[in-house]
Design a protein around this ligand. Structure first.
Ligand code: TYD
Length: 252
């Protein structure tokens, strides 16, 4: 995990950056993010990996975006509620970052500082894919906000679960319809059309191409068991970089 390109332009900003640098440089945890289209199965895979790592004695925190904190969950409700209409794409993007800034300081950095393995369902790649690509805001503004508000914190590993656009989105819509009471409809993004999700998908693949050392594409078209096996195989060598005491517990 690295934080770079800090360019504070005010006293408060530099203090914020300093807090993050200290937290980042002293951490010994591991930050793993899951990305992919709605309905690709990433939440299930995150849970399964979490259970697998916990069974091996590792200290794991699972969290999600948007959300992961009390304030962030309120922002999530606003963002995902199908009744939130006519939200400007820039408002949408900055709300994602408002939730993320809170999440970073309240959950992500403290967990990593305590040496935990942090599994996060979505992070800034989602903003780049959905708002940058899907909403056509472009990558530059997303990367700049990430640099300014999140100290350019990068996950140690991002698992991009690649799936068919139509299959994933259909599955997400069915799941949402099955579970949602009208007051809890989290389907605002699932109402987008096929071309929106095709742009999201293309953006994800561009990120993976740009940052192959961080982002690993996993074919998620197989059974959940097959996908889980691929993910465990991918994560195992990464555990080698954990401190020796936890490594002996963790890798087998
Ligand atoms: P999520 O709960 O992960 O939905 P699913 O389980 O269906 O994948 O994510 C909620 C939605 O929020 C999802 O449609 C993607 C969207 N999103 C963005 O558009 N930008 C972001 O930065 C994040 C974190 C999520």
């Amino acid at each position: 995990m690295t934080a770079s390109n800090l360019a504070p332009n005010s006293h408060s900003c530099s203090r914020f950056a300093a807090v993050i640098i200290v937290a980042v440089s002293s951490q010994r945890g591991m930050f793993i993010t899951f990305e992919g289209l709605d309905g690709c199965g990433k939440s299930t895979q995150l849970e399964r990996l979490g259970s697998n790592l916990r069974e091996r004695g590792l200290d794991v925190t699972a969290t999600r975006e948007p959300g992961g904190t009390p304030a962030g969950e309120k922002i999530r409700q606003l963002l995902l509620d199908a009744r939130t209409v006519s939200l400007d794409p820039y408002a949408e993007l900055t709300l994602m970052f408002a939730a993320r800034a809170q999440h970073l300081r309240e959950v992500i950095l403290p967990s990593l500082d305590e040496g935990k393995i942090l599994l996060c369902d979505r992070f800034t790649d989602s903003s780049e894919a959905y708002q940058g690509g899907g909403r056509k805001l472009g990558s530059a503004i997303v990367l700049e906000l990430h640099r300014l508000l999140c100290a350019n914190l990068q996950p140690d590993l991002t698992i991009l679960m690649d799936s068919d656009v139509a299959t994933s989105v259909d599955r997400a819509r069915r799941r949402n319809q099955a579970k949602a009471a009208p007051s809890a409809d989290e389907g605002r993004f699932e109402r987008e059309n096929r071309s929106f999700f095709t742009r999201v998908h293309a953006s994800y693949l561009e990120i993976a191409k740009r940052e192959p050392q961080r982002v690993v594409v996993i074919d998620a078209r197989g059974t959940p068991e097959q996908t889980h096996a691929k993910i465990v195989k991918l994560v195992n060598p990464k555990l080698e970089s954990l401190s020796p005491s936890r490594r002996t517990l963790g890798v087998r």
